[in-house]
Design a protein around this ligand. Structure first.
Ligand code: PHE
Length: 492
């Protein structure tokens, strides 16, 4: 309506000199007229010039008196026409704010006699203040002295009014055609597509945020790591089993049955089903022998190995349980056909019964890589670790001798963290022991180099998260998923 009014008016008139008067004359809200003018101006249908006017508007107090009457008149009316009224009585009849101002003004106007008792001095008064306020409310002019007195009583204030004067613009037309935004099936069928004016593309407009799922930082880092492993020709191991037997998690890895990690402080054992159903019996026998009395140049642990202990089901404490299964299968293949060198990796969840704090959770993710080939040495391990970690952006590495039941030698991996200004431990590694590999059936000259690290550690460093509970678990703020940036490691 506002748009038609403006464009229609300009068809026969040179200009709209004042948008405020224009709006008032047509009973259209000025704010609406202003919006339309801005839009028409933007598309150059019209040229608009700012106009400013200072007008007097009522203050809150002024509005009140305009509606209810001035305090002096309210007070006057509360004084009886005949006789007098005590101050206390009068005060009860009108509210205290009105009373005070009313007394002062009515006294000044000589409308009332102010003494101990109050009485009228005149019989009739006009509410001039109210009338003046109403005139201002209606945009009507009032005299200078009246303005000054109302201003002094803080009943009116000056406000800058903003409007426009409007003339035809270069694109003026008596009607604005809404440009089409879509070419529809109906447009094609009717043939009106030929006449349609299309809205221009705004290539710098932001698209709406997609209403879709978002990847967790752990998944982003995991995907990048998978790419790195694949670039290095590693195959992913199937890790889709959280429940594992103690046998594959510990025994096959030459981890003695009294090892502290096996005890329930670190391991979640299963109640149902509490034991595994089957294990490869020939191999179990060889594992028992190596634990009890050694072999392949080892003395073993010299204790009585118990099958019951190996049968116990648990939530895997490391993904090395999967590595032991995969290596066993590879060794069987070597016995039956031929030995094939392999590079394997996995990234998946593991479980440990630990006290939860800002760097530990009872479940986390491990990244694990291994290479199985003839004639591998510690240099190969160092070489592949340097290659792997440099792709994660960590090119300064140091190694420290360590102990794992299943690797010898073993090395902890440290990287220099520029941000922290110190060496931080980033992983664990080693060469799998013959006590692990030989019972599986690998030829003597086959060795396996392997390493493992947590996925949480690099993710927290990359995303600047210092409390693991902000990354994983029930306390995570879900907007983290929507807002976290891309993971760029490994992209060159
Ligand atoms: N399994 C080890 C851990 O839980 C990591 C590791 C993997 C160490 C392979 C050596 C070789 O920390």
């Amino acid at each position: 309506m506002a748009e038609e009014a403006i464009l229609g008016y300009l068809e026969n008139h040179e200009e709209i000199s004042d948008s405020g008067e224009f709006a008032a004359a047509r009973g259209i809200d000025h704010a609406e007229i202003v919006n339309v003018i801005k839009s028409l101006h933007g598309f150059r249908f019209v040229d608009a010039q700012d106009i400013k006017r200072e007008t007097w508007v009522l203050t809150e107090e002024g509005k009140k008196y305009a509606a209810e009457g001035s305090p002096e008149v309210q007070l006057f009316l509360a004084v009886p026409a005949e006789g007098s009224i005590s101050k206390d009585e009068l005060q009860k009849k009108i509210n205290p704010g009105i009373f005070k101002i009313g007394c002062a003004q009515a006294g000044k106007n000589k409308w009332v006699e102010m003494g101990k008792n109050i009485s009228r001095k005149v019989q009739h008064v006009e509410d001039q203040v109210k009338d003046l306020l109403l005139r201002i409310q209606d945009d009507k002019a009032i005299g200078k002295d009246d303005i000054n007195s109302l201003k002094a009583r803080k009943l009116i204030v000056l406000q800058t009014w903003k409007g426009y004067s409007v003339r035809k613009g270069p694109n003026y037309a008596p009607k604005r055609k809404k440009p089409a935004t879509d070419l529809t099936r109906e447009n094609l069928q009717r043939g009106d597509w030929k006449e349609l004016e299309f809205k221009e593309y705004n290539f710098s407009a932001k698209g709406p945020p997609p209403e879709c799922g978002h990847l967790h930082p752990l998944n982003k880092v995991k995907d990048r790591l998978k790419d790195i492993f694949r670039q290095l020709n590693f195959e992913e191991m199937p890790t889709n089993r959280y429940v594992e037997s103690s046998f594959w998690n510990f025994d096959a890895l030459f981890q003695p049955q009294q090892h502290p990690a096996r005890d329930s402080h670190d391991t979640f054992f299963l109640q149902v089903p509490s034991t595994t159903r089957q294990l490869p019996e020939d191999y179990v026998e060889l594992v028992k022998q190596v634990h009890e009395s050694g072999g392949y140049g080892s003395r073993g642990y010299a204790y009585e190995w118990k099958r019951d202990e190996a049968n116990k089901n648990l939530l895997r404490t490391h993904t090395t349980a999967i590595s032991s299964r995969m290596l066993y299968a590879l060794a069987q293949h070597a016995k039956e056909q031929a030995f094939t060198p392999k590079r394997y990796f996995s990234i998946d969840r593991v479980f440990r019964n630990e006290a939860v704090d800002r760097t530990h959770l009872a479940e986390f993710h491990q990244i694990e890589g291994l290479v199985c080939d003839r004639g591998l040495t510690l240099s190969h391990l160092i070489g592949i670790l340097e290659d792997f970690f440099s792709r994660l952006g960590m090119s300064k590495l140091r190694f420290k001798p360590a102990y794992n039941p299943y690797t010898e030698p073993s090395m902890e991996i440290f990287s220099y963290h520029e941000g922290f200004g110190k060496w931080v431990e980033i992983g664990n590694s080693g060469m799998f022991r013959p006590e692990m590999l030989r019972p599986m059936g690998f030829p003597e000259d086959v060795s396996v180099i392997a390493w493992g690290l947590s996925l949480e550690r690099p993710t927290m460093i990359l995303y600047g998260i210092d409390n693991i509970r902000d990354l994983f678990g029930h306390k995570v703020d879900l907007t983290l998923m929507k807002k976290n940036p891309l993971c760029l490691i490994g992209i060159r």
